[in-house]
Ligand binder design. Structure first.
Ligand code: SF4
Ligand code: SF4
Length: 385
């Protein structure tokens, strides 16, 4: 029963769709010209890839995550979104790992610049609360600072966001501590909460309301709304990790000369995994490539990492030679200097850097060690769960 009365500016409408109706949603988005990107199973992990129908989604899987380990198990309850976040984040679509910035070719003695391609209209299906927060952190960096990234801006404008509220937390998750989840608060077009045979849908924008008008749905009962809240609250109560965020920038500044960085440096492999999986890390490098005939040149932007020695290569030598100094840079930037630069912490508590660190380095544990060393240990009241 399509509705045409949804108005996200009034109290957010909450409606119910059958699980199979997700297929109608995907088809409606495609009719609107969106390429739908959703969670699929690939190489024994959940990653975000183009989907064209319901059965492309990774139905019936849960992830088991720990520091340095990730595996999938069958979900007896056959849920669509019982897993949490995998190795890939939406950053890969808004700020691609490799992108041509400009391209030029020589023609009849003149240099011709190629027009940049128009980015596709993408619909993100399954954006978790911490990931929405990460997108907003990158918005501050790429859109709200002194320099606007036009490519990011074009991609971001064209995105339709279907969020999913987590009803199960992972062992490495700590979004509650960071105030970013698991309840989805804003910045989405539609938000789903998975119930037994249905989804509760919150409408978050005019675009979302217009799309839902095309989809069979009914109004949610109070019991269904309460049940959805209970499920997300249960996920919040079962977070695998916590981080006390009290005066983190002050702690980072106080610990700049700490011997603890050397201790972490002995464990860290400087593999850069943590920065590549992190949904907020944004460092990049530029490479200019010419073809062998000298007729074509292209400038390519590639993800880089503060863990790479060449990252600080300046005037003939790298600045941060030791691994300890690179780990210190990463953590103090995320939890300290980001606040001065962008007004937010650089961590949203997704836990990816803990899971995908091959030696299981856990920033929540490192922060706790620094707190003990500098007399800032958390009291139970300051550690949120
Ligand atoms: S620092 Fe780690 S936990 Fe925080 S947002 Fe990045 S990957 Fe997630
Ligand atoms: S902290 Fe872990 S993931 Fe990050 S660079 Fe070191 S070893 Fe690699």
């Amino acid at each position: 029963m399509p509705s045409s009365t949804a108005n996200p500016k009034a109290s957010p409408p909450q409606i119910i769709i059958k699980k199979t109706t997700l297929d109608d949603l995907i088809q409606a988005l495609q009719r609107e010209g969106y390429q739908v990107i959703g969670p699929v199973l690939e190489q024994e992990a959940i990653v975000y890839r183009p989907v064209t129908q319901l059965k492309d989604l990774a139905l019936g899987w849960i992830d088991v995550q720990e520091a340095g380990s990730y595996r999938l198990e069958r979900d007896e309850a056959q849920r669509f979104f019982a897993f949490t976040v995998g190795p890939q984040s939406w950053k890969a679509y808004l700020f691609p790992p490799r992108e041509e910035i400009w391209k030029a070719r020589r023609e009849n003695g003149r240099i011709l610049m190629e027009e940049p391609e128009t980015p596709p209209r993408l619909a993100f299906l399954g954006v978790r609360a911490c990931e929405l927060a990460a997108i907003h952190v990158q918005d501050r960096i790429f859109l709200q600072g002194p320099y606007v990234q036009p490519r990011y801006a074009r991609r971001r404008e064209a995105v339709f966001i279907i969020a999913v509220q987590c009803t199960r937390a992972g062992n490495t998750c700590f979004c509650v501590s960071m105030g970013t989840g698991p309840h989805v608060r804003e910045g989405y077009d539609l938000a789903l909460t998975e119930l037994e045979d249905t989804f509760l849908v919150h409408i978050g924008s005019e675009k979302g309301a217009a799309l839902m008008a095309e989809i069979p749905h009914r109004e949610a009962t109070q019991e269904e709304v309460a049940e959805a809240t209970r499920r997300v609250d249960a996920a919040a109560a079962s977070m695998g990790r916590t981080m006390d965020t009290t005066e983190l920038p002050e702690l980072m500044r106080q610990s700049l000369e700490s011997p603890h960085w050397e201790e972490v440096g002995k464990r860290c492999l400087a593999c850069a995994n943590c920065t590549l999986v992190c949904p907020t890390c944004f460092c990049f490098t530029l490479e200019d490539v010419t073809d062998l005939t000298g007729q074509e040149a292209v400038r390519v932007r590639l993800w880089d990492s503060c863990f790479n020695q060449e990252f600080t290569y300046t005037a003939g030598r790298p600045i941060r030679v030791s691994i300890a100094s690179r780990y210190r840079q990463w953590l103090t930037h995320k939890l300290g200097w980001w606040v001065e630069q962008f007004g937010v912490l650089g961590c949203v508590g997704c836990g990816r850097c803990i899971t995908w660190c091959p030696v299981g380095i856990d920033l929540t544990a490192e922060v706790q060690t620094l707190r003990h060393m500098y007399g800032r240990a958390s009291s139970p009241a300051t550690v949120s769960r």
